[in-house]
Design a protein around this ligand. Sequence first.
Ligand SMILES: *Cc1c(COP(=O)(O)O)cnc(C)c1O
Length: 418
Amino acid sequence: MQYDTQRDAPHPHTTGLIHHPYKPPGDFQAPQPGVFKASTVYFPTVADMRRREWKDKSAYTYGLHGTPTTYMLEERLCSLEGGLQCVLVPSGLAALALVALAVLKTGDEVLIPDNAYGPNKALAEGELRHFGITHRYYDPMNPDDLSSQITPRTRLVWLEAPGSVSMEFPDLPEMVRRCRERGVLCALDNTWGAGLAFKPFDLLADGAGGEGSLAVDISAHALTKYPSGGGDVLMGSVITRDPALHLQIKLCHMRLGLGVAANDAEAVLRSLPSMDLRYKAHDQTARALAAWWQAQPQCAQLMHPAFAGAPGHAHWQALCEREPGTGLAAGLFSVMIDARFSQAQVDAFCDGLQLFKIGYSWGGPVSLVVPYDIASMRQSWPVHLKPGTLVRFSTGLEFAKDLISDLGQSLRAHLPWP
Ligand SMILES: *Cc1c(COP(=O)(O)O)cnc(C)c1O
């Protein structure tokens, strides 16, 4: 076969389709940003390739280092949480792991609240321990306990508000102050607050989170929950306001090869505009259900930070409720079912629910229920918790009255009050 590269048109079904000359007109405007998918990104020349700076958002280098879609999502998440830099990871748990791997080294110690998200503890007990990084659990409701556990080896303190499952709301500003005093990095798991209930980089709400304000160093967020809002995307973010700390995290992120899929980033971008409305709807429904539970004799204790008497309620008020009646809380709460009922009865109650599905995670349209065995999750039974069996509810977007009648029917059937 003879080729004449001077004259032959490119093969129409291979080269012609790959190197096609048509370009659609630019400046396409529509409500949703486009989805850019890439591993390879082109450079016009070798010199451009060598010059390309990949550590910031000035250009593109490789799909893993960012695309227009991921840059856009990162910037919007910075606006949501009040940060300046963001990296995206494939899950909320990956965000927690990235923080640990980026800032801890052999010989360091990390302090974790005893009511932390369980898999964060498992990471400390597994990989971190294997790497010679030790951990200790502190009482999240006692800043003095946190201070007393900080040693010269302490490099990182995790904060969570409220704690997982038992929902105690800590004195977050005081905890951050204690870390500042001792020069220890503090990272917040901000999944519950989601950037809406309070400002992690401006805890005193006395400025825009600038110099002199009280801020966490790092906010990690399971975007899987409210930013996704669909129960169908796994993603996490790590947000900072310090360029050097961000670079440390970004370099670790690059070395670990973490990235997110463009279609997932697009799904979160599509959900972000409705997040504020959804969060408030989840919150209102959760409070309606929690108020209903309070009136049931089977409820030995209600754990919802916006309710008087709940552990840390005053701290929630101080941080989230600047004006009376304006405070936000996520759609999550737990109920301690009276100790006279067995675990099997409580399980049957959960099984008997029709609208509530049994499943982990939260933030999607469907209400979820999970019974938890607190005794196996904590160092010891927390003093502020009544005896009983804990059930956690996360409200979806269903009509509150329908959810309450669902709770009522299963309660009457499986947990009858004598
Ligand atoms: C769900 C959750 C995570 C982890 O998010 P995944 O995307 O499921 O890995 C981390 N922290 C908290 C508080 C969570 O609720």
